[in-house]
Design a protein around this ligand. Structure first.
Ligand SMILES: Nc1ncnc2c1ncn2[C@@H]1O[C@H](COP(=O)(O)OP(=O)(O)OP(=O)(O)O)[C@@H](O)[C@H]1O
Length: 220
């Protein structure tokens, strides 16, 4: 599902990632941990073809990202959803409208959209906020809207950058259980986090520990 071999990335002279290699299978759950500036976000952006490696091999969801032309990136992005720290939701729209957006863009039938959006909102605990405008939500609720919008297309892979950053302990654990449900239905999850408690609670997760752009440790 994900294959990286000797992947490196630099911002100018600053090597954010150096010779990163690992493989993930369908249905894996990976935590990327490590201190601030270790390269976690950069790695997620490479997996979503938002950045391009300076060296190495990178294959995601069956696509060789070094060979995939920009005009075909939409094919990858249909299969791989990303939620970054600045979760860009449209604050003037309602929760329902935000989450429905990717399906509207894909021109799915209205009834199918309504069914799928309601199911995702229910699973993430936002069902009763469906008609609320997003600028009336808390930061944690807005973050969950972004995650619901990423999941509504039923992606093969979900990439999430510090998704519990704005959530209290109870909501963080709830979100982890939501991710687990998606994962048990086959979505491969790659989650960057500083939250050591979440990492330690997840027995079956793979863990990649980054430091200064290197893999310092991994358990797989
Ligand atoms: N747009 C950018 N321009 C220049 N350097 C950058 C840029 N984005 C990141 N970097 C640098 O790349 C390195 C890795 O950054 P990255 O954001 O991937 O780390 P991170 O592990 O996600 O950090 P955090 O936990 O704080 O989010 C850091 O040294 C950072 O300063």
């Amino acid at each position: 599902m994900i294959h990286l071999k000797n992947v490196s990335y630099s911002f100018g002279r600053n090597w954010a990632l150096k010779n990163i290699s690992f493989d993930l299978e369908k249905g894996d759950f990976l935590f990327i941990t490590g201190p601030s500036g270790a390269g976690k976000t950069t790695l997620l952006k490479l997996l979503h073809a938002d950045l391009f490696p300076k060296g190495g091999e990178i294959k995601v969801a069956g696509y060789d990202l070094k060979k995939l032309p920009t005009r075909k990136h939409y094919l990858l992005k249909r299969e791989v959803s990303i939620v970054l720290q600045d979760f860009k939701i449209l604050t003037k729209l309602t929760v329902f409208e935000n989450v429905a957006l990717p399906l509207v863009v894909q021109k799915k039938p209205t009834l199918q959209i309504q069914k799928r959006v309601r199911a995702v909102l229910r699973s993430i605990g936002l069902y009763n906020k469906a008609s609320v405008r997003c600028d009336e939500l808390s930061g944690g609720e807005q973050q969950r809207v972004a995650i619901a919008r990423a999941m509504v297309v039923n992606p093969k892979i979900l990439l999430a950058d510090e998704p519990t950053g704005n959530l209290d302990k109870t909501l963080s654990l709830h979100l982890l259980s939501v991710f687990n449900q998606f994962n048990l239905h086959g979505t491969t999850i790659v989650m960057a986090t500083h939250n050591e408690e979440l990492v330690s609670r997840q027995d079956r997760a793979k863990i990649l520990y980054l430091q200064e752009g290197n893999i310092e440790a991994k358990n797989f």
